[in-house]
Design a protein around this ligand. Sequence first.
Ligand SMILES: CSC[C@@H](O)[C@@H](O)C(=O)COP(=O)(O)O
Length: 377
Amino acid sequence: MSVSGAGARPEAGVSSLRWEERPEGPVLVLLDQTRLPLEEVELVCTDVPALVEAIRTLAVRGAPLLGLAGAYGVALAAARGFDVEEAAGMLERSRPTAVNLGHGVRLAVQAYRAGLRADGDGARAAAAALEAARTLHREDAGASARMARRGAELLDELLPGGGGLRILTHCNTGALVSGGEGTALAVVMEVHRAGRLRRLWVDETRPLLQGARLTAYEAARHGMPYSLLTDNAAGSLFSAGEVDAVLIGADRIAADGSTANKIGSYPLAVLAKYHKVPFVVVAPMTTVDPETPDGASIEVEQRAGHEVTDAPSLPGAGGGFAVAPPGTQAYNPAFDVTPPELITAIVTEEGVVSPVTRDALGELRTRSRSGNGMMSA
Ligand SMILES: CSC[C@@H](O)[C@@H](O)C(=O)COP(=O)(O)O
């Protein structure tokens, strides 16, 4: 058995993913996000098929974390003597939409190949792949902190006056998906620390309830004032004037700024536009994909129908039974795509793009590559 529920209760905060050297060989330890918030259970992956299964079932999920999982997965294959190229292909194919996954895999594979070319030593090449994963992990934590600051500053500019903010968010974008505090939820954390968070509106995020299970879990741990709502209650909140800003993450940002994120993000953008509420995407530069020209070119993952036709299954809490008549067909895209004209700003660790245009995003990429990423709104 290559995955085991270790049953451990993580002690010092949430660690979504870590590398451990054990007498029997290195392992990748994942916090199983399908069991949250009822149980904090760790999965121990000793090989790539196990990790691929964890990715497909969303035990490990969210764009930045998928990037880390991809990189550490390659390192795991290399360290345990599996075929690295085959492992890389399996990991890259495990979920199609989050660009970070392939990015993390390719970084580690490049490091591995370079190590092999340098001296032909498999162990040193494996160490190079692991170092690439660790570097990505550190960089993700750093990016998270910088996005948090930039995002909070942007909110100060967009919503001056110093009053408390009511922020609506969708899916889960916090420490659970990152080496740091995440993306959109990291900005919320910064606002909360500054004493400016009046209310966090948490979309439950159907069908797999990443909002209800995971964002509410993180918000509660940090003592945020938050309320949970069904996704289709958002419209009534906007019409009551109860939303000051929407903050979401992203799985892939195309070159024109079109943003793929959890299904239900696009309707929020339409609502925000109608109600003149800022709609802000927060994502690291690793989520910006210059190879995907526009929104229509983004591959949207289609998931199994039972996620819609059946009640969500939570360990120890039931669910998993059909709520629709037998034979019901389901439409279950995991993501939707929001066009740039509905996005007020994209916040990255390197700068803020607003208004969101192909040229502005391209310029930000160029500046960040040249180490001068100070572009601002
Ligand atoms: C910082 S996470 C950004 C996105 O990855 C997140 O909003 C999201 O849509 C995750 O989807 P999931 O299907 O849970 O992996």
